[in-house]
Ligand binder design. Structure first.
Ligand SMILES: Cc1cc2nc3c(=O)[nH]c(=O)nc-3n(C[C@H](O)[C@H](O)[C@H](O)COP(=O)(O)OP(=O)(O)OC[C@H]3O[C@@H](n4cnc5c(N)ncnc54)[C@H](O)[C@@H]3O)c2cc1C
Length: 326
């Protein structure tokens, strides 16, 4: 019985939700194929404190690589370490399809001379077969692939798997880097968080997003208020809005912005251009508010409100506050 590996992504010493998604996916597979879940947790001094959360989400063993050379993302040393570890006979390995994950999974697979499946939204891994689904052509089609190589290396789209508690031993085992972390050619010297304490768009279960229909930058306050009422929501925007400087580019969702997959996406004054849909149409529930009942956003929306977002947003915010008792 081969084991399953999950890479637990961290940034600035914090573990990302994607780490729990990867370990949950690995647990699902191990529960069917047998074998253990090994989570690799790498970072600077202190990163090992996250091992307990990985154990709570199904890791039998947490392989902790704690070293100054991993305080910032160290692509070469991490890929070399993961490739060496995966050479020990794992059945599958799960990474996050995040900015860091895209880089790391490609380097790891290349170091092993193996294929990998990226940005996967669904998977079925058995002892001798692996099939995955991957949205293609800006999310217009779902492509199905088989991965015949072992280990099956997969990066998971954020939100494709919901973190699920399934307490296992989470036995901590210290590991070392396969190469000297200081000997690398690519060195990340600083990592800056873009939005202070803001929830990252890739991690937020709820996204409230605004478009040109909000008329002016100041009206984004209404979007922010609704996001704050939820408490676990991030604010997104269309390119029309970021190009006009109403919101920072980091808020842009779409083909040339972030790909998101939240439980709930609320689109306010957004037409639903194909380039915007490319970034959010896999959201689990989509609510659209638009004055124009023919707006394309309603074709992908689960719930539609035809009306003026500037009037509807305060009403929704009050309703959410009331429902949450705040
Ligand atoms: C190569 C390329 C890449 C692109 N990448 C992206 C991308 O990554 N992300 C992205 O978003 N766009 C992208 N775009 C731009 C995209 O084509 C659209 O122009 C953009 O998404 C439109 O933004 P919008 O919906 O805010 O504005 P609009 O298309 O102008 O729509 C505004 C909507 O608001 C509605 N409205 C007006 N007033 C109100 C009101 N008071 N209440 C409610 N509704 C109201 C209108 O009916 C309309 O539907 C890209 C374009 C190109 C060519």
């Amino acid at each position: 019985m081969s084991n399953i590996l999950a890479f637990a992504e961290t940034r600035l010493g914090k573990m990302r939700r994607a780490a729990l998604e990867a370990v949950t996916a690995a647990r699902q597979v191990a529960d069917q194929t047998g074998g253990q879940v090994h989570a690799v947790l790498a970072g600077g001094p202190g990163v090992g404190e996250h091992a307990a959360a990985l154990g709570a989400h199904g890791a039998d063993v947490v392989l902790v690589l704690e070293h100054d050379g991993f305080t910032h993302y160290n692509p070469e040393a991490l890929a070399a370490t993961l490739a060496a570890r995966l050479g020990d006979g794992y059945r599958a390995a799960f990474f996050a399809a995040s900015a860091q994950g895209h880089d790391l999974v490609a380097r790891t697979a290349a170091a092993m001379g193996l294929p990998y499946a990226s940005d996967v939204t669904d998977f079925a891994v058995t002892a001798d077969s692996c099939s995955v689904k991957h949205p293609g052509f800006t999310n217009k089609v779902i492509q199905s692939f088989s991965l015949t190589a072992t280990p099956a290396i997969i990066s998971l789209r954020t939100g494709a798997v919901l973190p699920k508690e399934s307490a296992k031993a989470g036995a901590v085992e210290a590991i070392t880097s396969a190469i000297d972390p200081a000997s690398v050619r690519v060195k990340v010297t600083a990592t800056e968080a873009s939005g202070g304490a803001k929830l990252d768009l890739g991690e937020a279960p709820v996204i409230v997003s605004g478009g040109r229909g909000l008329k002016e930058a100041g009206n984004f306050k209404l979007v922010e208020d609704l996001a704050a009422a939820f408490g676990n929501a991030a604010v997104g925007a269309t390119r029309a809005v970021t190009d006009d400087g109403w919101r920072p580019h980091s808020d842009q969702i779409g083909q040339t912005g972030r790909l998101v997959n939240p439980d709930l996406y609320i689109a306010c004054g957004i037409s639903g251009a194909i380039q915007h849909l490319a970034g959010m149409r896999t959201s689990k529930t989509i609510v659209a508010i638009n004055k124009d009942r023919e707006a394309p956003i309603f074709k992908v929306a689960d719930y539609g409100i035809v009306g003026d977002a500037l009037e509807i947003l305060p009403v929704l915010t009050a309703a959410v506050r009331q429902a949450k008792g705040s």
